[in-house]
Ligand binder design. Structure first.
Ligand SMILES: CC(C)(COP(=O)(O)OP(=O)(O)OC[C@H]1O[C@@H](n2cnc3c(N)ncnc32)[C@H](O)[C@@H]1OP(=O)(O)O)[C@@H](O)C(=O)NCCC(=O)NCCS
Length: 179
């Protein structure tokens, strides 16, 4: 399998690449916005350069064989957001035979409403298939209808509410990749 650090993914309108420290301004501008973080993690904005650098480092550390957090930009090099594919943390007490692989999407608000999240995530799905992954999951906050619409546009199956991941209650979507 290819190492995702070296894996740039192209779509008709987008380039997905590993984030670098040069992206710190964009990271800060994105994750300091309440409408972006509202349904992510603790829901708290991040407002310091140090937090942004730490996020970039974390995102880069999540690159592995066929996994990572990619920065999504247009073909003029303007950053639009992030698309992720990585092992998802199980909730405490969940016993699992194997890891589940999560896909996700975070766009800067100026990039909403153009189909970029769906296009970037579709590139990750194609990449997942190419490297031999069998199944993907996506989870959203129950109120995050915008994100649920992305999962549906990708052809993912809505499995209902689950407490299996992130020690919280989420809407679960799955996609089988074989066949
Ligand atoms: C969730 C999120 C990525 C959804 O973004 P989005 O722009 O609505 O989703 P897409 O990129 O798939 O775009 C779809 C929209 O673009 C429109 N669109 C415009 N031009 C388009 C084109 N050429 N192709 C496809 N869609 C297009 C679609 O009609 C649709 O709009 P609608 O919802 O009004 O019908 C975005 O709201 C976000 O980043 N939120 C903050 C972070 C977050 O919560 N992430 C999810 C955590 S689970």
């Amino acid at each position: 399998m290819a190492d995702a650090r070296d894996t740039e993914l192209n779509t008709p309108r987008l380039l997905l690449r590993a984030p670098t420290d040069d992206d710190v301004g964009f990271v800060l501008d994105t994750y300091s916005r309440s409408e972006v973080v509202r349904y992510i993690g603790t829901g708290e904005t991040q407002t310091t350069h140090e937090q942004a650098y730490q996020r970039i480092e974390r995102y880069r550390s999540q690159f592995g064989p066929g996994t990572g957090v990619w920065l999504v930009e247009n073909h003029d090099g303007a950053p639009l957001g992030f698309a992720l594919m990585k092992p998802i943390p199980f909730s405490e007490g969940v016993v699992a035979q194997q890891e589940d692989l999560e896909i996700g999407w975070h766009l800067h608000p100026e990039a909403w409403g153009s189909g970029f999240a769906t296009e970037a995530a579709q590139a990750l799905i194609d990449h997942a298939r190419a490297v031999g992954h069998k199944r993907l999951v996506a989870v959203t906050h129950p109120d995050n209808t915008g994100s649920q619409a992305v999962a549906r546009r990708l052809g993912m199956t809505h499995e209902g509410r689950t407490e299996r991941y992130y020690n919280t209650s989420c809407e679960l979507f799955t996609l089988d990749l074989y066949g």
